[in-house]
Design a protein around this ligand. Structure first.
Ligand SMILES: C[S@@+](CC[C@H](N)C(=O)[O-])C[C@H]1O[C@@H](n2cnc3c(N)ncnc32)[C@H](O)[C@@H]1O
Length: 261
């Protein structure tokens, strides 16, 4: 199960998650320039959510396709694209069994969506499928949570909020320590949205528990190598190509640049 209830509220998601979108889009463009195939303009957003990257990149002239498991997210992307007069393709699809067609210069899977692939087999199949959708030398950019400390596995909590006009969306991310399965390397995490209008809470949406994978840096490296589909070009602790992933740069995410072999 990877369908948190909060993903049925794309308007709230779009506000709550918008804080780093500009830096993340700039990162995609920098990666294309540094590592990507020349002139590549066709991009695939895997687990596109509310389309915060997809819509911004379409406005910059990229030909965008997005897939997401949640029909509400896809309907939102289509409505926003229509409103902004942008031609994009958005489809309900599952990253565990992608059915999308086409040849892309790059694909990306941001904000922890990759951790919905629970087993090594699902990851290997996914990597080979994505490679099959890329042009020669095409890129796959991934971004997922890793623990900054091993004793934090399954017990991290994050909270942030975003405001636009009178509306505030407060996002809570929490992991359930008692749900840790140390053999399968999975645990349950949860999102909660608290929505406020003029400072008054109008809605609280509890996403429900979702089982996700713990993926460690050296393990990811090994899985990418084993897939024979990609070369791992670089890893970063943030959306910044000048800072490699290291104990001093480590925040709570691992951002990787894969290039099709
Ligand atoms: C945390 S959001 C990230 C959305 C977007 N990538 C971003 O950075 O804002 C995770 C998204 O993954 C989608 N998702 C969950 N499981 C999925 C699956 N198996 N296949 C495709 N999308 C999935 C959810 O519907 C949700 O929109």
């Amino acid at each position: 199960m990877s369908g948190s209830e909060v993903y049925r509220y794309p308007q709230h998601y779009a506000l709550g998650y918008r804080w780093n979108t500009e830096a993340e889009c700039a990162f995609i463009e920098t990666c294309l320039r540094l590592y990507g195939p020349e002139g590549g303009k066709r991009l695939l957003d895997i687990g596109c959510g509310s389309g915060r990257h997809l819509l911004a990149l379409a406005a910059r002239g990229y030909q965008m396709t997005g897939v997401d498991l949640q029909p509400e997210m896809i309907a939102h992307v289509e409505a926003e694209a229509k409103r902004a007069k942008l031609a994009v393709t958005a489809r309900v699809d599952d990253l565990r069994a992608l059915r999308v067609n086409g040849t892309f210069a790059a694909a990306y899977c941001f904000m922890d969506t990759f951790r919905f692939l629970l087993t090594n087999e699902e990851i290997a199949t996914h990597l080979r499928t994505v490679a099959g959708l890329l042009a020669p030398g095409g890129l796959y950019l991934t971004d997922f949570w890793i623990p900054a400390r091993w004793d934090q596995v399954g017990s991290e909590i994050h909270q942030w909020e975003q405001t636009e006009g009178s509306k505030t969306v407060r996002v809570f991310y929490l992991q359930h320590p008692e749900s840790v399965d140390p053999i399968q390397q999975t645990f349950e995490d949860e999102l909660v949205f608290e929505v406020q209008e003029d400072g008054q809470t109008t809605d609280t949406i509890r996403g429900g528990r979702t089982r996700t994978r713990l993926l460690l840096p050296q393990e990811f490296r090994a899985l990418v190598e084993q897939s024979a589909a990609f070369e791992l070009m670089a890893t970063h602790g943030d959306f910044d190509v000048t800072t490699p992933l290291s104990p001093s740069s480590l925040s709570w995410r691992m951002v990787s640049i894969l290039r099709k072999r």
